[in-house]
Unconditional design. Sequence first.
Length: 179
Amino acid sequence: MVPGVLVGRCGIPILTYGVRVSIDRFQVVPAAYVVLRRDDEVLLQLRRGTGYMDGHWACAAAGHVEAGESVHAAAVREAREELGIAIDLADLVGLTGMHRTNGTGEQIDERVDWFFECRSWSGTPALQEADKAADLRWFSLGGLPDPVVPHELVVLSALAAGSVPAVTAYGFDDATPSA
């Protein structure tokens, strides 16, 4: 073991820089969402085979931020992995940061999601992970399909209404009112 480095529960090294660190501190799971826009339309995928919200429409590109990765880099990576497109970091526009919970009390259900809007990319979006998505379609913000992943619907509805709060909460008693 290297002095000044702890190993976390997942075997990931945690640099302490000489400071005592508690690895039992509450943590949230970060994720990046890319809302691809074409005029008043958004690109959504129909989830399947993931074990989470299968059969629901969702942002076409989204996923967990990996260790050592910025949320911006995660958004770019997810768009490449899930849609086969290239996005320039400068084309990501922050929509909202969402703190959410599923209310189970389990740490895995405590999340911070970063939603980005993107109106410019290289390539043609196409499903790259057919085992995780059954369909990919453009929908008008005023005509979203049913069902949409509930916390994503809050952001998409706010976008349709023309006012997305900088910070939102979902699943808490004092959460941001849904749009």
